[in-house]
Design a protein. Sequence first.
Length: 170
Amino acid sequence: MSVIDEVLAANARYKETHDASLYSPSPRRHLAVLMCMDTRLLSAALGLDFGDAHFIRNAGGIATDDAIRSLLVSHYMLGTKEVMVINHTDCGLMKATEEEMHQIIETKAGRPPNMPVRFHAFKDVAKNVHEQLERLASHNWVRKELTLRGFVYDVTTGHLTEVPWECKRS
């Protein structure tokens, strides 16, 4: 049985006890979290349960155009008032340069990409968090009423450390 088949079997069991009235598309805690897709970053480490927050995940916890689109929907349409940007130690995007990642993947794929790909490789995790906060804050639809804060999660200790950042939005 494939992993996807196992997931489908688990879903068949879950649907028997699912109660849609317990959940809402709006996050209970009015929180959105932009974070890396790394499996070591768990909502339980943040004390958050299912339905508490919107989780927007991608490699590196990068404020891409698509992540910003999701955060805007979360804020304007679904009531989010605070955003956490979380990166972590030992991130895969810190292990190679942008060019090295392109070379590795192109070699393994056996062909060049048919559309542009940017991996957003970085070396300094705290600096990357700061850059993502700056990118979010620079969007003119991200109002100053939307709290933006950034953190680094240590995958060894499980500790979350805030990255100092001064919001310069009008």
